[in-house]
Ligand binder design. Structure first.
Ligand SMILES: Cc1cc2nc3c(=O)[nH]c(=O)nc-3n(C[C@H](O)[C@H](O)[C@H](O)COP(=O)(O)OP(=O)(O)OC[C@H]3O[C@@H](n4cnc5c(N)ncnc54)[C@H](O)[C@@H]3O)c2cc1C
Length: 367
């Protein structure tokens, strides 16, 4: 059996890895480079039970456990480390309280920590680009193939039910099954199959070189800014970089993932907020100013599973803010579904693509 995976983000990479463990032949087709989009620019924060009470709970718990196991199973270092998480707020400049915060002393006095919201048992982090590359490299070392190219269509048999391959440029790659894992660009696949809408939500981020000056604590802070209260997320990573993100906006998704750029104004505002958080967030410590698009569906849940009225056609996208967290369990479950006909550890029923109405493809042509 040969499976072609369209997209080399974290979902495509994890699916390739788990399919190879089932002995399935795998070709991943990636148009830009592995982890070129959100999977290379995310925070990488992981939480065991922050999806409790939602249909994502079982997927998130299984994935959190897999994240802890994978560093022992796969060669490579993507900086997996358990961490504490705190919430708090940034006080206005003139009434900044003076508090003793020991290991959080790298923060400015105006940052008030109010609550611990995660412990080393329940929250952790990976470097998302290194994790995605690590999973892809493990799949390649186990016999998967990575091809550079843009998927432009699906080939089916005469009655239109069974998938036969994918079109890449002018060529066809034969396949017994195809997985669409193109993040927000999965939207384009609605031209080729009956697929619910997938949107892209843009978020800017700044990555600082903070070295060993910052403790391994994730911070979720509220900050007053022009136009209201803004939530800022701060993620120090094992390689000495700290990722800060805030100010999501709605922007048109560029057709080419390589053309995603941050809004200059949003980056400037984010930089000002970062400078209020800590004197370590200085311009000369900036490693990257970037943006990426999270894949989002109508009901906020991912699409994982078989496309209705098709044979061999699967989708795995729409993971929104938890794509890095939920990638291993998504890959594991999808590989089981494709190879054995059923996902064993986690039910994929809440994520069935058929639960949402398909996008009218004429709307895509109008875009
Ligand atoms: C600022 C920010 C912070 C985040 N922080 C976290 C976090 O802390 N924790 C967490 O769990 N999640 C986080 N996320 C969410 C997470 O990044 C995403 O959910 C996840 O990366 C989506 O992965 P993906 O593989 O579905 O898509 P993508 O990463 O978008 O990958 C899709 C791939 O498909 C390729 N592609 C597109 N079109 C084609 C084509 N026609 N042919 C071939 N290839 C194609 C693209 O080049 C790309 O490489 C964050 C997201 C953002 C934006």
């Amino acid at each position: 059996m040969r499976v072609v995976i369209c997209g080399g983000g974290v979902i495509g990479a994890c699916t390739a890895y788990f399919l190879r463990r089932h002995g399935v032949d795998v070709i991943v087709v990636e148009r830009t480079e592995v982890a070129a989009a959100a999977s290379g620019k995310a925070g990488g924060f992981l939480a065991r039970d922050w999806c409790a009470g939602t249909p994502l709970d079982a997927l998130a718990r299984r994935s959190f456990a897999l994240h802890a196991q994978l560093p022992e199973k796969i060669a490579g270092d993507w900086g997996y480390r358990p961490m504490t998480a705190y919430s708090g707020y940034v006080a206005p400049d003139d009434d900044a309280p003076r508090t003793t915060r020991s290991k959080l002393d790298w923060l400015s006095n105006g940052v008030v920590i109010t609550q611990r919201i995660g412990t080393a048992a329940t929250t952790a982090i990976v470097h998302p680009r290194k994790f995605t590359s690590g999973m892809m490299n493990a799949a390649l070392a186990n016999g998967a193939e990575l091809r550079s190219g843009r998927v432009t269509g699906i080939v089916r048999d005469a009655d239109g039910m069974k998938v036969k391959g994918v079109e890449v440029g002018g060529d066809v790659i034969d396949a017994d099954a195809v997985v669409i894992a193109m993040g927000p660009w999965s939207l384009l696949a609605a031209q080729w199959m009956s697929l619910p809408a997938v949107y892209g939500q843009r978020s800017p981020s700044i990555v600082y070189d903070t070295g060993a000056d910052v403790a391994a604590d994730a911070l979720f802070l509220e900050c007053e800014s022009e136009g209201g209260t803004v939530s800022i997320e701060v993620f120090p990573r094992a390689d000495g970089s700290t990722h800060v993100t805030a100010l999501s906006d709605i922007a048109p998704l560029p057709l080419d993932p390589a053309a995603v750029t941050p809004d200059r104004e949003a980056i400037a505002r984010l930089q000002i907020m970062c400078e209020r958080l800590s004197p370590l967030f200085r311009p000369d410590r900036i490693i990257a100013q970037q943006a990426c698009f999270r894949p989002v569906t109508e009901d906020g849940l991912p699409l994982i599973g078989l496309i209705p009225q098709s044979e061999g056609l699967y989708v795995a996208t729409g993971h929104n803010v938890w794509g890095i967290l939920n990638a291993p369990a998504t890959g594991e479950a999808l590989a089981q579904l494709i190879a054995d006909g059923v996902a064993r550890e986690v039910s994929l029923a809440p994520f069935a693509p058929g639960r949402l109405a398909p996008l009218d493809p004429s709307l895509l042509q109008a875009r």
